[in-house]
Design a protein around this ligand. Structure first.
Ligand code: GLV
Length: 335
């Protein structure tokens, strides 16, 4: 059943759960405007705890580690706004929220360049075997310069294949052009000719991107269509000298198939920021020297994470004030 808008509540009676530790600026932004129940902890609340703490509240500021699904929404009928501190929102059942009249918001834009920087760091790091080289040196194995010591794959002038040409995909394309790369992309929504020209990128079929790219990087949202977008067949279609980079969501890649491909030399290397079952990492991936692995830090600069927290606070306040939040992901809920 759809919920009535929250307008009839006096502002001071509106209350918001902040589900996990955030930058202080977000709490300061909420203070005095709504009552805040702050779980100032790095531990996520369990489903049962979320249900209990959200009871009687109108808003939630949550993170990608919180699962917001239909049974939870049914158990907390006062909630009108769910504000996620992330650009991705696959942790939230958005259709269930929309059906119930619950506004869902995210934090796009502010993290675009920070995330693109990390994707490019993984392109460079996996291509030039930075993680492996550092482990080698720290293990005391560097006994002298050698002509073929830890040789990798050139980034400058190589072909970059991008799946998902939204804001972050475009920011990565710009970096690729800065490295004199030919940039191919695939996306269900092709950009205009003008946009392609301005970015210096070429649209190509999925198979063409896989076959031609030296570096394949993923920048799509996790949906039913993109789950295991890269599996065993796609990895076989890539060059044996190519590198796969994923900063989108773990399940976009079939991790077991990727670990097999890295071990078998089907592709040369991978740079991964996201994993299928975070924080668990597939043991076979951990065993791959040619996998550069980092713990979901693509948007993790102090400035960007601060901005994301404040943006989430602005989104929840706008929704609770009966306004259209600036970053609503289900605008149809207001129709
Ligand atoms: C992080 O993964 C985000 O979606 O912002």
């Amino acid at each position: 059943m759809r919920r009535e808008p929250v307008r009839e509540y006096p502002t001071v009676l509106r209350s918001v759960l902040v589900s996990k530790h955030v930058y202080r600026e977000a709490i300061d932004h909420l203070a005095g405007r709504v009552a805040v129940d702050y779980n100032d902890s790095d531990e996520s609340l369990s489903g049962a705890q979320l249900r209990a703490r959200l009871g009687g509240k109108q808003g939630a500021i949550c993170q990608l580690t919180d699962r917001i699904d239909a049974p939870l929404l049914d158990a907390v009928p006062d909630v009108r706004v769910v504000s996620n501190i992330a650009v991705g929102f696959d942790n939230i059942d958005v259709p269930a929220a929309t059906e119930r009249g619950v506004i869902v918001t995210n934090t796009p834009g502010v993290l675009t360049d920070t995330t693109a920087d990390l994707a490019f760091a993984l392109i460079l790091g996996a291509g030039r075997r930075i993680g492996e080289s550092e482990r080698y040196l720290r293990a005391g194995r560097y006994t002298g310069w050698r002509i073929d010591l830890l040789t990798g794959w050139d980034v400058w002038g190589a072909t970059l294949g991008i799946f998902g040409m939204g804001r972050i995909g475009q920011a990565v394309a710009r970096r690729g052009r800065g490295f004199n790369m030919r940039v191919l992309y695939h996306d269900p929504f092709r950009l205009s000719d003008d946009a392609e020209r301005e970015l210096g990128i070429e649209f190509a079929k999925k198979e063409e991107v896989l076959a031609q790219a030296d570096f394949v990087t993923l920048h799509c949202a996790l949906t039913a269509e993109t789950r295991h977008l890269v599996g065993a067949a796609e990895l076989r279609a890539m060059k044996p000298t190519s590198v796969l980079v994923n900063t989108s969501r773990g399940p976009v890649v079939d991790e077991a198939a990727l670990a097999d491909a890295l071990q078998a030399g089907t592709i040369a290397a991978a740079g991964l920021d996201v994993f299928e079952r975070e924080p668990k990492i597939h043991p076979k991936l951990l065993a791959c020297e040619n996998a550069l692995l980092v713990p979901h830090i693509a948007s993790a600069t102090v400035a960007t994470r601060r901005r994301m927290c404040v943006m989430a606070a602005e989104n929840v306040l706008a929704g609770l004030a009966g306004e259209r939040p600036p970053n609503i992901v289900n605008p149809e809920v207001l129709d």
